[in-house]
Structures are given as C-alpha cells and as structure tokens.
Design a protein around this ligand. Structure first.
Ligand code: NAD
Length: 487
C-alpha cells in the first residue's frame, strides 16, 4: 500500500472537488465549503450541483445503461474487484480524507475504507452465482425467470459513514447492471467524489457511477424527483425519508429508506457482563454515536443496574476525546449544527433522569464540534431522551424486571432498527429475537458494523427495504418471466 501523508491529502484538495457526470469532472457553478469539524477550518470546496447537473447525470447514466446492462458477469465482476483493490491501494489517502471531512478517529476511518472495499469485492463475488430460475410448467411450457437490472438508480447518502455508505448502495446497484447517480451529504462529500474518480481510473465505464455533490434541498430533491430514475434509496433522517418516499410515489418507482433508530441493548442478569460492558460502550460511543444503529438505549435488569451503570460511567469518563487525526476514542461531531442539535436534546431531556456523565462541555474548545460521552440514568421508557434519536454519544438508561417488560420497552418507540440481547439463557434469547420489532437482533453481540454479508434495514420509522448481503439485490433487480410454449 502507498503511504500517504496528511499534507499530501490537503494538497490534493486545492482544486474544487467536482461532480462526476458521464466520466467528466464538472466544476463550473456555485461552490460549497467543506469544513474540518475538529477545528472549524475550511479544507475544500465542492461543486454545489443544481437540478440541471442532476438531470445531466441521470441522462449520462441512462446512456451508459444501454451497454452496461449487457456486459458479461465476468466483466462487471472484474470491474468491481478493481475498485475494491483501488480502494485498498489508496486506503490511507481515503481514510485521512474521511477523517478530515467528518471528524471520525483515523482507525475508524481505515475500517470504513476497508468495509467499502469489501462491498465491491462481496458483490463482485455474489453476481458470479446470482442466477435466475427455470421451471417446467407442464409438458409444453417452460418458464424462465430472469433477474434484470432496473435502470438508473438514485442514492442519497449521509455524513456519518460516507465512503462505507456510498459503497454499500453503489456496489450492489451497479453489480447487477444498473447505473448509479449518487448524491452524498453536503457535510461530508469528499470520499464519495474521489470514489467516482477512482472508479474511472480503474476502468469503470463512464456514466456507470455519477456523483453530484450538493444540498439536500437542491440536488437531493432533484434526484429523488427525477422521472428518469427507476429506484431511489436514501440513508438519513426520517423526515428526509418521508419526502423522498413522496417523490418516489409521484414517479411510481420503489424506494429503500434507511432512516434512524433508537436501538436498545437489553441486559439480563445472567449475561456475560464484561463482554456486554465493552459492547454497550462501543455501541454508543463508536463514531461519536452518529450511527443509525447506535445502541442508544440501555435496558438493564434491576438486580445488576447500579453496578453496571457505575462500570459504564467509569468507561465513559476514561474516553479519550480529540481530533480524528490524533486517533482518539471519540472525535468531534460532524458539524457545529449537529453539536447544537445534540446539546439541545440533552438540555431538554436530562432533567427526566440522573445525569451520571455529562458531555456537554467536555472537549469543547469553541472551534471543534466536540461533545463528550453522556450517560443519563433512571429514565422512564416513555421519556423524551429514551424516545428521541440523538445521533450523538448519549446513552439513555432504563431499568426493567421481566422479559415481557423488557420487550415491551424495546418495542415502545417509533423505530425498529437493531436490538442487542445479552443473556446466557437460550429461551430468553429466542423469545426476545422472536418478539422484538426490529430489522436485526443481535444475541450476545451488538452492531451492524462491517458485516457486509448481513441484510440490514428497519421497520416503523426506521424505514423499509433491506441493504447489504445478497438480499440487497432484490431491490436492484426485477423479475421478468419468459414463458416458452412448445419447448
Ligand atoms: P438528512 O436526512 O437531512 O441528510 C441525509 C441526506 O439526505 C443528505 O445527503 C442530505 O443532503 C439529503 N437530503 C436532505 N433533505 C433532502 C430532501 N428534501 N430531499 C432529498 N435529499 C435530502 O440528515 P441530516 O440533517 O444531515 O441529519 C439530521 C438527523 O438525521 C441526524 O441527527 C440523525 O438523527 C439523522 N441521520 C440518520 C442517518 C442514518 O444513518 N440513518 C444518517 C444521517 C442523519
């Protein structure tokens, strides 16, 4: 792997990061500033794509689709593998860029780049064995069911795991022959743009992957409502998901919505406490809690409650906070706007419980958007902090007495993304997995993490549709039945 320095990455940001449309880099238009959340400095500019740019991108994708959909599986697989190798070969560059852009600790950014590479590699492998089916209906008729690509796919991604999310949606979409238009978040667009540039360098057909950086209310809305797309996916807030789903309905195209969560870790008295302690801590502090699947609620059995909360508090207090490039445990939040949002939620909800660790001032130097680990105990299940997605390093703790009560509390929010169940009793684990309303339940583990193989998505206000795994390909293909009489 080439070694890359921070100075080299900063130097590479001197020219405006462009939109990538049909293989061309587009820089003319209004620009957006990209801010390093560790210190508030402007590190780059990107094009602020307009509806016109989005329209050009969709048209370029449609043109490319005519040939890309007919390329051989071998060729598509080879091209995805080349992107994976390209990402790995330039892993340090992408990781530094990601950290500068969204603040996350460098080790986490390196993991995210590897996860992104894995998505391309995984779908390169999967399509080699992703077949349609054939059956004989009767003595005269044979039915072939083809899984066909659907056309141009639109993808709107967030700022919390930019490169990993971009890869998570683009890799499956293009692997089966679609052409993609990606609108990354205005708060962290740099690695998505560089991914499109890298893909061209590794030989991807121009127009297969187009990137239009810009604002949600301009480029995002234009993409979601474009009549030329066949599918729209969004990863973001429930509010944005609702708007995107409306736009999809108007165009009569399907949507995949991967929205927020208020995911519980449920800790029973017979659990392996040490393993749970490490996982519950990581589940909320990883990426400063800015994770859709963050374990932001802890439901803990009354008999072990006091001891466990004290052990957690000890870990929260020991957390090293700092600029992502210094590779601390906890970096800044993505922006001052997000910092204010998190602080407002804690201010409003903290009095409903007991603030055991207060992160509101920790690490706050006025320039970086830091917010320390925050632990609020004694919250009623229906209290504001136990119900509201914070998207910061804030853990809400609620006690329970019985399995039934724990499941009722777990299911007692509008969301349904992830749950963790900690117990050594198989029956408790199975009951919980059966009755918890969520897209995924982890037993004695927690976190969607890098498991590219595991289908992922939510229910309720967490959205609908599944990404990741082989399952994701269902959204990016449609069945065509070819019925042959007399054969
Ligand atoms: P957001 O939903 O506004 O942004 C996500 C993406 O959607 C961005 O690319 C944005 O430009 C785009 N977007 C915004 N409005 C749009 C619109 N009307 N039409 C089309 N695209 C649009 O999220 P945010 O404001 O950056 O963060 C707010 C909250 O959303 C967070 O605090 C968190 O609760 C939640 N969130 C969840 C996830 C997740 O992974 N599920 C990711 C980011 C944010």
């Amino acid at each position: 792997m080439m070694t890359t320095t921070i100075d080299e990455v900063l130097e590479s940001l001197h020219t405006t990061a462009p939109a990538v449309i049909g293989g061309e880099e587009v820089r003319s238009g209004n620009l957006l500033e990209v801010i390093d959340p560790a210190n508030g400095t402007i590190i780059a500019t990107t094009l602020q794509s307009t509806a016109h740019d989005v329209d050009r991108a969709v048209r370029a994708a449609r043109r490319a689709f005519a040939s890309w959909r007919l390329t051989s599986i071998e060729e598509r697989s080879r091209q995805l593998r080349a992107i994976a190798e390209g990402l790995r070969g330039r892993g340090e560059e992408f990781a530094i860029l990601e950290t500068l852009d969204c603040g996350k600790p460098l080790t986490q950014a390196r993991t995210d780049v590897e996860v992104a590479a894995r998505y391309f590699e995984f779908y390169a492998n999967v399509i080699e064995g992703y077949y349609g089916s054939v059956f004989r209906l009767n003595s005269e008729v044979t039915v072939e069911i083809h899984r066909e690509p659907i056309g141009v796919t639109g993808h709107i991604t967030p700022w919390n795991y930019p490169i990993a999310m971009a890869a998570r949606v683009v890799a499956p979409a293009i692997s089966v022959g679609n052409c993609a238009v990606l609108k990354p978040s205005e708060d962290a667009p740099l690695t998505s743009i560089r991914l499109a540039q890298l893909a061209l360098q590794t030989g991807l057909l121009p127009g297969v992957l187009n990137v239009v950086p810009g604002r949600g209310l301009e480029a995002g809305e234009a993409l979601a409502g474009h009549p030329g797309i066949a599918h729209i996916g969004v990863i973001g807030s429930t509010e944005t998901g609702r708007k995107v789903a409306h736009a999809a309905a108007d165009n009569v195209v399907p949507s995949t919505l991967e929205l927020g969560g208020k995911s519980p870790n449920i800790l029973f008295a017979d659990a392996d406490i040490d393993t749970a302690l490490a996982s519950v801590t990581r589940g909320i502090l990883q990426n400063a809690g800015q994770t859709c699947s963050a374990g932001s609620r802890l439901l803990v059995h009354r008999s072990i409650h006091a001891e466990f909360v004290e052990a957690l508090a000890e870990r929260f207090r020991r957390t090293r906070i700092g600029a992502g490039l210094d590779d601390p445990d906890l970096g800044p939040l993505v922006s001052q706007r997000q910092r204010r949002r998190v602080a407002d939620i804690v201010d409003r909800g903290a009095a409903d419980g007991r603030v055991v660790v207060d992160g509101r001032i920790q690490g706050n130097d006025g320039r970086g958007s830091f917010f320390g680990p925050t632990l609020v105990d004694g919250l009623a299940a229906d209290s504001y902090l136990a119900q509201t997605e914070v998207f910061g390093p804030v853990l809400a703790v609620t006690e329970f007495d019985t399995l039934e009560e724990a499941i009722a509390i777990a299911n007692g929010t509008d969301y349904g993304l992830v749950a963790g169940v900690w117990t050594s009793d198989v029956r408790t684990a199975r009951r919980a997995a059966r009755d918890i309303r969520a897209g995924q339940v982890f037993i004695n583990a927690f976190g969607a993490g890098g498991g590219v193989e595991i289908p992922f998505g939510g229910t309720g206000k967490s959205g609908h549709g599944r990404e990741k795994g082989v399952e994701a390909l269902a959204a990016y293909t449609q069945a065509k039945s070819v019925v042959i009489n007399g054969a």
